[in-house]
Design a protein around this ligand. Structure first.
Ligand SMILES: Cc1ncc(COP(=O)(O)O)c(C=O)c1O
Length: 407
């Protein structure tokens, strides 16, 4: 019978068959298109502040020394590459747990697992939320990382924008944000950047986090905290303030975390997903769903990067050296911020922001002119990576931006 139905459907389908050649064009992520433009520009003094990776004073993204050491140990000691299962490296998640959750690490209502980067954690978390409540709307700040809305739409949930940032003022539209979140219905999801807001660099103050947590709790919303840059802002502990406050305040919390930036293992795809429900039993059930969804999407996360992070975190000496390397990255971010902020009062706001990104108060035309005339590449929105350039390029960058603001 089922074979017959299958045959009928095949005949009907072939009458209106569409093939791969019928696919519509894709409006690709503008940041991906920007990488292509930078690579195609032959000018030797080009400045690429569109890129989303940390660069040191020499303009490179080196492999951390602790990761090099971990890779050496992994090569020498690994005896099998047999499957690990959908949870990935369980020891990795265990070691990460106190770093992400802090004082909540012992809470058995919170479960977590390894994911392919922060992006994999976002997709998996939203898939789970969509399975639990397909009607939930996802409140997303504007502007946000361009991959957030497509991920939300891909799982069948509806994104709704809440105002977050006023570019002209370099300030968070906090009252508007609260008002918008207050209009969300119970069960709706509030997507929040844990720290180092991408693209604006404008993080909520501790007091603002408290007010947001209150609204989220009062409205029975589910906070989804995206923490891709822990340690790049004020410090590992400080950067997790917002997430931990949500865990204090709410029964249901989802968090996506990434080690791709703070261990500088971007292409190795190292992240984790954390879920809190009202009970340990409900969390175990949620986790069973998570394993099943992961199995359908990527089956198992890639091992190499997470194994290296596990080796670093499992060894007190390597862990201490990682903290030194992480601090050096953070210090560079903050010192370049100060240097740019000191150059012109119109750029002073950059010194009050955190993480790799800020948005310059430039029009799209001005951004395009910087690209064509000065070989300076940033996103159309004026988002730039403060550590996208080496030390030698900073003065030219500042002069070009100030020139554009004066024009
Ligand atoms: C806000 C935000 N969330 C998540 C991610 C994803 O990070 P990953 O490279 O670990 O997937 C990024 C990466 O740029 C990001 O900026």
């Amino acid at each position: 019978m089922s074979e017959l139905i299958g045959a009928t459907m095949l005949t009907e389908a072939s009458a209106t068959a569409r093939g791969l050649a019928d696919l519509p064009p894709v409006n690709s992520d503008s940041l991906i298109a920007l990488i292509g433009m930078v690579n195609a520009d032959p000018r030797p003094d080009k400045i690429d502040v569109g890129v989303g990776v940390f660069r040191d004073g020499a303009g490179n993204t080196p492999i951390l020394q602790v990761i090099k050491e971990a890779e050496k140990r992994l090569r020498e000691t690994q005896v099998t590459k047999a499957y690990l299962g959908s949870a990935g490296d369980k020891r990795y998640a265990e070691l990460l747990r106190p770093i992400v959750l802090g004082e909540h690490a012992g809470d058995d209502r919170i479960v977590g697992l390894q994911t392919p980067g922060g992006c994999g954690a976002l997709r998996l978390g939203f898939e789970l939320l969509a399975a639990a409540n397909p009607k939930a709307r996802v409140f997303i700040g504007g502007p946000t990382w361009p991959n957030h809305p497509p991920i939300v739409r891909a799982v069948g949930l509806q994104p709704v924008e809440y105002p977050y940032y006023e570019r002209g003022q370099g300030a968070i539209r906090f009252e508007d944000m609260l008002e918008s979140l207050s209009g969300a219905a119970p069960g709706d999801i509030a997507l929040l950047h844990g720290c180092c807001h991408n693209p604006t660099g404008a993080d909520l103050s501790e007091d603002q986090w408290r007010q947001v947590a209150q609204v989220v709790a009062d409205r029975s919303l589910v906070p989804f905290v995206d923490m891709a840059y822990q340690g790049f802002g004020r410090g590992l502990e400080e950067d997790a303030f917002g997430l931990r406050l949500m865990l204090d305040t709410c029964d249901q919390v989802v968090a996506a975390q990434s080690c791709d930036k703070n261990f500088s293992v971007y292409r190795d795809r190292v992240g984790s997903l954390w879920i809190k429900t009202p009970s340990a039993d409900a969390s175990a059930t949620a986790m069973a769903h998570v394993y099943q969804i992961a199995r359908e999407m990527w089956s198992m996360p890639p091992d190499h990067g997470a194994a290296c992070v596990r080796i670093v975190l499992d060894d007190p000496e390597l862990r201490a050296r990682w903290l030194v390397e992480l601090t050096a990255m953070r210090d560079r971010i903050n010192s370049v911020r100060k240097r740019i902020a000191a150059a012109d009062p119109r750029l002073a706001f950059i010194g009050r922001q955190y993480g790799m990104f800020s948005m310059l108060p430039l029009s799209k035309d001005q951004v395009l002119k910087l690209r064509s005339e000065q070989a300076i590449y940033m996103a159309d929105s004026g988002r730039f990576n403060v550590v996208g350039m080496g030390d030698a390029q900073i003065d030219r960058f500042i002069a070009a931006v100030v020139g554009a603001l004066d024009a």
